[in-house]
Design a protein. Structure first.
Length: 255
């Protein structure tokens, strides 16, 4: 990777992350953000970007990286590597122990185990945030995640919706933040290479393939190969909903 390209990727990521933070008023002076650290490249990049950018911005916030452990069946190597990573940033990893691993192997699950695992981990994270009196939780979802989710909902759930960069829950008591919402996955990969961050996380023993999301990823990649504007167009469509030209059920009145 050339020096120009390396600098260009980092500058673009800083600009887009800063714009997302500003557009959705994600951080304010004195904030504490709980950062969900799974061990994948996206959450590692998020923590690294948010922490290192504090050196040149006027807003002072505090980051608390938190990993939700699946329990005794989970590899200790994962926690060890995450602890080492956070210590290099002069941060302290907080580990929430759960019995999710045991539940995944003993309960009769009607759906993909990843669906249940994600839901249980999120509940454990939210409960921990409430316990620690933290009102903002940051996830490492990037722009491709938002686009794939929009397509999945359109094709499989009969609606056009996606994850929001900022979303308030429980009557405003908790706010979910997605600071990487404007950043493409390819740029995150380049950033990880530039900063020598791990690209591959330790495999999860419970993980099952998500054929629907993989299909959306392949669809986007194929369309993007034919037209370089496809991702941008779909992303802007999430803002540009022309409700006057959508179908209405018989007897439904206009809002």
């Amino acid at each position: 990777m050339s020096g120009v390209r390396r600098g260009g990727v980092e500058k673009r990521i800083r600009r887009r992350l800063g714009r997302a933070l500003s557009d959705y008023q994600m951080t304010a002076d004195g904030d504490t953000l709980l950062v969900a650290l799974s061990g994948g490249k996206d959450s590692l990049a998020l923590l690294h970007i948010l922490e290192t950018r504090k050196a040149w911005i006027p807003v002072d916030y505090r980051l608390r990286p938190v990993h939700i452990s699946l329990g005794e069946t989970e590899s200790r190597d994962r926690v060890s590597k995450l602890r080492e990573f956070t210590e290099k940033l002069k941060l302290t990893l907080e580990v929430v122990e759960t019995t999710i691993g045991h539940r995944l192997t003993t309960e009769q699950l009607s759906e993909n185990p990843c669906f249940h695992c994600a839901r249980w981990k999120r509940k454990a994270l939210f409960d921990y945030a409430a316990q620690e009196k933290i009102t903002k939780v940051a996830f490492g979802h990037h722009r491709d995640d938002l686009l794939e989710t929009a397509l999945m909902n359109l094709f499989y759930s009969s609606n056009f919706s996606t994850m929001r960069p900022r979303q308030e829950l429980f009557g405003g008591r908790l706010t979910i933040l997605r600071p990487l919402a404007y950043i493409d996955e390819a740029d995150i990969v380049s950033y990880c290479c530039l900063k020598q961050l791990p690209l591959e996380s330790l495999p999860c023993p419970y993980q099952a393939s998500d054929s629907r999301r993989q299909a959306m990823k392949s669809l986007l990649a194929g369309l993007q190969a034919e037209n370089r504007q496809v991702r941008d167009s779909l992303f802007h469509a999430l803002w540009n909903v022309r409700s006057d030209y959508l179908l209405r059920r018989p007897g439904q009145t206009e809002s």
